[in-house]
Design a protein around this ligand. Structure first.
Ligand SMILES: [Cu+2]
Length: 73
């Protein structure tokens, strides 16, 4: 399992965070995801054999948000 923390730009309410959380949770290979509007970030626990970090970023950005920064762990 891998963990990633993304700084996300473009969220403007808790609904945006819930939206990001559910789109991440729908991705194959994602075991757990959490997103916070207040902190402006998402934390993801995923299996890198099933989904890449790049694919997670793309899923978020295709929904109209921007991943400004990424950290592993
Ligand atoms: Cu919103």
């Amino acid at each position: 399992m891998n963990t990633a923390t993304f700084k996300i730009e473009g969220m403007h309410c808790d609904g945006c965070a819930a939206n990001i959380q559910s789109l991440l949770e729908r991705k194959a290979g994602v075991q757990k995801a959490g997103a916070s509007f207040k902190e402006g970030e998402a934390r993801i626990l995923y299996d890198s054999n099933a989904v890449t970090e790049e694919q997670l970023v793309t899923a978020i950005e295709n929904s109209g948000y921007r991943v400004a920064n990424r950290n592993r762990g």
